[in-house]
Ligand binder design. Structure first.
Ligand code: XMP
Length: 520
């Protein structure tokens, strides 16, 4: 195990992720964690992260000097590097020139940290303080035009300090540097895989839960599905999963979830499906304002869940499928700053009686969660699901929601996804790679607009369906995807022929910003 000590930087989870990518297990702990606890874990290496403070100021996060005397290799990054120098007798000051962005760094390639790294290499810098004097016993092993100590090492004691950020991809050979640290310096073997994560989590969960009862709100999305399966493998039918079908799911989705998790499914757990469609449609009747719709769906979801929980009685644990990006967005990201509060259905219920929360995926990124899902044998179509918002089709039907509108958008959406998936698969078969136009998210929405058309010599006055497809990396910004015209044309034909109540199909070209991905 490698331990990452978190001093509040923006990239801390990335550090852990890069270490895991080297097939080395890694966990993050706050700088407030007691040294005895760290010692008890007997890690092969320790990494100190960046952070927003100045280490020479009073009350800045710090750590006991003993950490550097354990004989365990330590790598300090940015703030962590400065802190290491500060504690061990070097000097850190406000830099005369602040460095930010991609910077040429000149490294000594005989340093174990820089084995097989180019002598001049582009690195990501972001600092206003700098190391003006290294601590006794340290040698400088990298510099830039403005920064005399871009990296320093004390080989004898296995202490290393790097001013830049090897964990971000802008540092072109950063992964190499981190793998040099974990393999060459710490002597990690690199035999950890996602199956070890699964094994490790299952044991931790068993330890925590004991004979307790566990309750999980299952949405059928990737995160809650993976969390539920992990719990089921750990504690079997001590787990009860409540799946609330709010009638705003994609076509057949409720039945698919039941097939996998229900009594005829593959897992050992108690499965409760609540068919609350009518209840949600009732609450939503006549409501058109998007935020109000979101609120109603979110609140109703919690009420239904609470009612089911009440029937079960007191439980010991509540499972949440929280993953790392949720943690950051809700401002709970360890020591780092609040970015924005997360909007999601099914926040914590107020009236469920439980003692503690279990969040087995809290440290993972989405693609890592998918790997865990595959490792657990969850079907591909669940593991590789597109993101689907908590309020579901409720925010893909502009204006008021009715059962009939839900049917229209479900059917149109199913056709659209079937055709896009088919065309993408065909492209892949033919070219041996993913189609360049392949969107990251694509769905149909129902505009609240009706227009006049003609069908079989008759006048129609029906709804327009909007097709949305975006390419995006982080879902914060997005471009409209260039789905081939012939695919769109086929989708249009099928929707108009097969979905009653639709006489027009539009393609949404708007990027985000100014649009959002969803319509409401
Ligand atoms: P927007 O519409 O904000 O969507 O551009 C960005 C991404 O977030 C998803 N989304 C949600 N996910 N609860 C969720 O769990 C929500 O309330 C919600 N609203 C939007 C959306 O599908 C897209 O992937």
């Amino acid at each position: 195990t490698v331990i990452v000590i978190d001093f509040g930087g923006q990239y801390n989870q990335l550090v852990a992720r890069r270490v895991r990518e080297c097939s080395v297990y890694c966990e993050i702990y706050s700088y407030k964690t007691d040294i005895e606890q760290i010692k008890a874990m007997n890690p092969k290496g320790i990494i100190l992260t960046g952070g927003p403070n100045s280490c020479y100021e009073e009350n800045s996060p710090t750590y006991t000097k003993e950490l550097f005397e354990l004989g365990i290799p330590v790598l300090g990054l940015c703030y962590g590097a400065q802190l290491m120098m500060h504690i061990l007798g070097g000097k850190v000051e406000k830099a005369p020139v602040r460095e930010y962005g991609k910077t040429d760094v000149f490294v000594k390639t005989d340093s174990p940290l820089f084995t097989d790294v180019s002598e001049k290499t582009v690195c990501w810098m972001s600092h206003f303080d700098y190391i003006s004097k290294t601590a006794p016993g340290f040698e400088i092993c990298a510099h830039t035009a403005d920064c005399p100590v871009a990296a320093a090492e004390n080989r004898e004691k296995n202490l290393y300090a790097i001013q830049f950020h090897p964990e971000v991809l802008h540092t072109q050979e950063g992964t190499k540097m981190l793998s040099n640290f974990v393999y060459n310096v710490c002597g990690c073997s690199g035999d950890w895989k996602m199956d070890s994560f699964v094994e490790h989590s299952i044991q931790e969960i068993r330890k925590k839960v004991g004979n307790g009862k566990v309750l999980c709100a299952l949405s059928g999305g990737v995160d809650s599905s993976v969390a539920a399966v992990l719990l089921s493998k750990a504690v079997g039918d001590q787990l009860t999963c409540v799946f609330v079908d709010h009638g705003l799911l994609r076509k057949n989705e409720g039945d698919e979830v039941e097939e996998v998790f229900g009594p005829n499914g593959n897992y050992d757990l108690n499965f409760i499906r609540v068919n609350a469609q009518e209840r949600f449609y009732g609450k939503l009747a006549g409501v058109t304002e998007p935020e109000q719709k979101r609120k109603i769906i979110g609140e109703e979801f919690i009420r239904v869940f609470e009612e089911e929980a009440k029937k079960i009685g007191a439980v010991d644990f509540l499972v949440q499928g929280t993953i790392y990006p949720d943690v950051v967005e809700s401002g709970l990201g360890g020591e780092s700053a609040v970015i924005k509060s997360h909007h999601n259905v099914g926040g914590l219920p107020d009236h469920v009686d439980f003692k503690d929360i279990i969040e087995p995926l809290r440290d993972l990124f989405k693609d890592e969660v998918r790997k865990v899902g595959l490792e657990l044998g969850i079907p591909d179509y669940l593991v590789f699901r597109q993101p689907f918002p908590g309020p579901g089709l409720g925010i893909r039907i502009i204006g008021d929601v009715t059962a009939d509108k839900v049917r229209i958008v479900q059917d149109a959406d199913a056709i659209y996804r079937e055709e896009v998936d088919g065309a993408a698969q065909e492209y892949k078969n033919e070219h041996g790679k993913d189609a360049p136009w392949m969107p990251n998210q694509y769905f149909a929405a129902l505009t609240n607009m009706r227009s006049v058309g003609v069908m079989g010599d008759e006048r129609t006055y029906d709804y327009a369906v909007a097709l949305r497809a975006v390419t995006t990396i982080d879902f914060m910004t997005a471009e409209s995807a260039e789905i081939p015209y012939e695919v769109l044309n086929k989708v249009m034909n099928r929707i108009i022929n097969e979905v009653r109540g639709v006489n027009r199909v539009m393609y949404d070209l708007t990027s985000k910003p100014p649009g959002t991905i969803e319509f409401e």
